[in-house]
Design a protein around this ligand. Structure first.
Ligand SMILES: [Zn+2]
Length: 270
């Protein structure tokens, strides 16, 4: 894998919500096992059939996507993973062949560790096992909802859903995405997507610039989206204890089994 690796920076654990939720003792268990990596946009982390050797925790600003490649050359997005989660060896026990493709949509920093070592640590720490298991459930919920969404909901609602999801992952109103990227994610032609985005812009929900989309009215965009984004977010909140601000942005994770001072600080900061 083409990544640059370094020892983790001291604040790195605070920049991924799963890791931020861990108590100091659990962070100390993981610290010697993780490495700081820089992922590049377009980089493939694994492809179907490849052994998943590493678990990757995207940090602030880094977004990855789990895709299913079809024989006709198209790829269908099934889940978007950013600072709220992890990918590779999360659902499985690690070192199993991947079913899908993992691609970096927005490059940036991440932490990664051996999938095998994560399995060993999970045997040692119930809190780490708990947070990973809960996250795996949320990831599955996201994938299941995507199946329903792709089958049943129109493109304008799906576009709004995707923009809201990306805003959650980035924690920023301005999304550094191109219309080509959005079209690829949604499996539609760019010209068709342009019309959809212009419609959202005409209603004052978003503002489109050359290589970015800014969400200007989050509440109205939520109204314009199908129910899928809200349903997945509610499941995250219920199962993982994720904390959302009033504007809907995901800002902290507080699993019951891993009360941590850093999480408490995050909640206080709301
Ligand atoms: Zn939907």
């Amino acid at each position: 894998m083409n990544v640059r690796t370094l020892p983790p920076r001291p604040d790195a654990f605070d920049r991924n919500l799963l890791l931020r939720a861990l108590a100091p003792a659990d962070r100390q268990l993981l610290a010697p096992l993780v490495e700081d990596v820089t992922l590049t946009t377009g980089q493939v982390l694994f492809d179907p059939g490849q052994d998943v050797t590493h678990v990757t925790f995207p940090l602030d600003g880094t977004v990855t996507t789990l895709l299913v490649p079809l024989l006709d050359g198209r790829t269908i997005e099934t889940a978007t993973v950013g600072r709220e989660g992890a990918l590779g060896g999360v659902v499985s026990q690690g070192y199993l062949p991947a079913f899908n493709r993992a691609v970096v949509q927005l490059g940036g920093p991440a932490l990664r560790m051996s999938a095998k070592q994560l399995q060993e640590v999970k045997q040692t720490s119930p809190a780490i096992r708990n947070v990973i298991t809960r996250y795996a459930d949320c990831l599955l919920a996201q994938v299941l909802q995507s199946v329903a969404c792709n089958a049943a909901h129109p493109i304008d609602q799906r576009s709004a859903r995707w923009l809201l999801t990306l805003q959650d992952r980035l924690g920023d109103d301005t999304l550094p995405v191109t219309q080509e990227m959005l079209a690829d994610m949604l499996g539609v032609r760019r010209t068709y997507l342009c019309g959809v985005l212009r419609g959202l812009q005409a209603k004052g929900l978003i503002q489109i610039k050359r290589r970015q989309v800014t969400i200007t009215d989050r509440a109205a965009l939520e109204d314009a989206a199908c129910e899928c984004h809200a349903r997945v977010r509610e499941h995250f909140t219920e199962v993982l204890g994720a904390i959302y601000r009033d504007d809907g942005k995901l800002v902290a994770v507080k699993p019951d089994a891993a009360p941590a001072p850093s999480s408490a600080l995050a909640v206080k900061a709301l």
